[in-house]
Write a protein that binds this ligand. Sequence first.
Ligand code: AMP
Ligand code: ZN
Length: 466
Amino acid sequence: MGLRFFNTLHRAKEPFEPLEPGRVRMYTCGPTVYNFAHIGNFRAYIFEDLLRRYLKFRGYDVFHIMNLTDVEDKLIRAHRETGEPLKSIAARYIKAFFEDIDTLGLERAEAYPAATDHIPEMVAMIKTLRDKGHTYEDSDGSIYFRLSSFPGYGRLSQMDLSRLQHGASGRVKTDEYDLEDARDFALWKAWDETDGEVFWETELGKGRPGWHIECSAMSMKYLGERFDIHCGGVDNIFPHHENEIAQSECATGKPFVKYWLHCAHLVVEGRKMSKSLGNFFTLRDLLEKGLNPLAIRWTLIATHYRQQSNFSFEAVDAAEQALRRVGDFRIRLGEVNGPGADLADRCAACEQAFAEALDDDLNISGGLGAVFDFIRDVNKMIDAGEVGEDGARNALALLDRLNAVTGVFAPPTEDAVPKHVMDRVLARQQARRNRDFAQADALRDALLAEGWVIEDTPDGPRVKRA
Ligand code: AMP
Ligand code: ZN
């Protein structure tokens, strides 16, 4: 049936046909760098990573832009409360963001433009909108987008326009607001004292851009006036993406984005993540608890992106077990020798089932299911002594190809040693330092019983699967 995605714009699955054959231009809304990203944000970024990797697997040349929002209401509040310069707050969290995406194995986008490096592009776009009659100015010099000047407003979020026409008097200067509250929104915010040192002197006066114009101006700069895919979490649909469409289409007179893809939210233990419930986690919080980043990646990727995903510690344990099955399977394949089945048909069937599932709007559960069926079947064949060296090589190459899409079928590394195992290794070293050899041997035997061997090397002990 070919590759198809659920397009929020039409609330339907549609065949994917990029504007330019063979090439995909995509934009994903990135972090507001006023704090560490939380695992809900990473659910969105991992869904986008899967999308990008799968498009590449399907042979597309992908050009992907993710913005960094380094001027925005929440950042300015942090600046006001601490007195720390905006740039320095942003630099700290941008650094943390890149560390976190590396920890979770996200591929890098082609570029990460920062909003404050693109003020001239935003000013130019606001001037175009002004020249075309889509804006008006407040008495304080702020510039607003006039919703009533764009008949297409509300298409993405399926908003009731009659309500908008009657109830939408007034305007809103904050960047985030509710569906109940569709109003003319700020493109340019005139400086006031709460902004402190945050302002730019431009042809539009002294002030700063609104959040929405940032993504319109930067996406068009890097991807052109029209491009293929725009992503974010469902909370971005309104007002952010609705406003992006209004600004962009009014500025260019052309349809803006062909496919809009949005992921549902991550909840924690069945509840919305919030600081007051004590279930609000950054990636760093989870690493401190000793969780394996790969198991976190698995947990965040394994639910279909349009379904709400429930993060729980049991789910991470289950992911850890799934990773162990993959790791054990790779080890067994590495031990196969001699002649036997080459598994060519079995590998092709698995790859096809995986691709058919992911073609269907990134059905990851179907894709992972196909891989586990394969592992189960091939394990049985290994038990029966039927698999040959060629077969093992083909199976490992298949896992590598599927790992390029998912990032969860990699060969086990020392990092993947579970924390409780590492704890025992460290306890054994301590016992040896204390010359308590009985205790050290007991720990070594306990590890062996669990399938881990310790090798003492000149660089210290190394732990491997038995
Ligand atoms: P923000 O920094 O708030 O603009 O969010 C960055 C990205 O994370 C956006 O695409 C949001 O839609 C997404 N996001 C925020 N919270 C969650 C959540 N709980 N689950 C999934 N995605 C989220
Ligand atoms: Zn955006």
